[in-house]
Design a binder for this molecule. Sequence first.
Ligand code: B1M
Length: 241
Amino acid sequence: MNDAPDSNVPEDDEIDLRALSNEELVEQMHDDLYDGLREEIVEGTHILLERDWAPDKVLNDALVEGMRIVGIDFRDGILFVPEVLMSANAMKGGMEVLRPLLAETGAVAIGKMVAGTVKGDIHDIGKNLVCMMMEGAGFEVINIGINNSVEEYLAALEEHQPDILGMSALLTTTMTYMKVVIDTLIEKGLRNDYIVMVGGAPLNEEFGEAIGADAYCRDAAVAVETAKRLIAERRGTPLPA
Ligand code: B1M
């Protein structure tokens, strides 16, 4: 993807990001994400915000889209784990800038969620994004990180007593672990104490139903809407704005 230099951009390490139009800058950020250039991603994120781009537009158009391109070349064996780790690190740099803006809220928490990636799985970008967007929508979020065993989920549920358990999996080999967690909740008579929401690229609606989750969420925005709806249904209250 990066073989052919962009005709509008000098073939030089010192690209002045501020001199680029919005469209060129977004394209350059896709290239910089691909190349794992964290500083450039942080700078590009700041520039787009200074140009009055909404934080979610920066996130979706510049960062998530760039990561989608990385994913395609990772799948096709053009990029390898060390390179993708650098891309992920660059993406996180941009997300750190956006985090306080996406999470801006003065409201009292409208619900609480414990969220983590399942055992055997270390992917956390999507899960962190979901946590950020949920915080932004007014939820209190306890992010328990990656590689969570059923015991770790249970301990977090007991400690924090959330309304929602959110689980993320990015691998076809780890997504089945979600059922282990849900089955354990059933065995212990705890299943009805929590709303269980699941997500991650290889999942779908059918899988969510098959494992007994309350909802499969395609992306972070859907997660927020679903959480609001399910909490309102459970409490018998009107949907929060
Ligand atoms: Co991984 N990896 N990876 N990887 N990696 C995928 C997932 C893969 C699809 C790449 C590919 O082949 N195209 C493939 C999985 C294939 C499969 O299972 N069918 C894969 C593989 C194979 C692997 C390894 C096995 C590679 C290897 O070692 N040979 C290995 C596994 C390690 C492990 O976990 N044990 C591995 C490692 C890695 C890195 C460490 C290099 C890195 C992770 C870094 C990190 O996360 N800190 C990495 C990355 C970055 C990816 C891709 C390229 C990008 C994932 C991502 O961040 N997407 C990915 C390819 C892809 O998905 N296109 C890939 C952006 C993110 C915003 O989207 O995570 O889908 P996503 O999250 C979305 C929704 O899914 C949803 O909302 C999010 C935001 O909108 N969502 C939820 C997610 N979780 C939710 C939870 C909810 C609700 C919604 O709960 C309420």
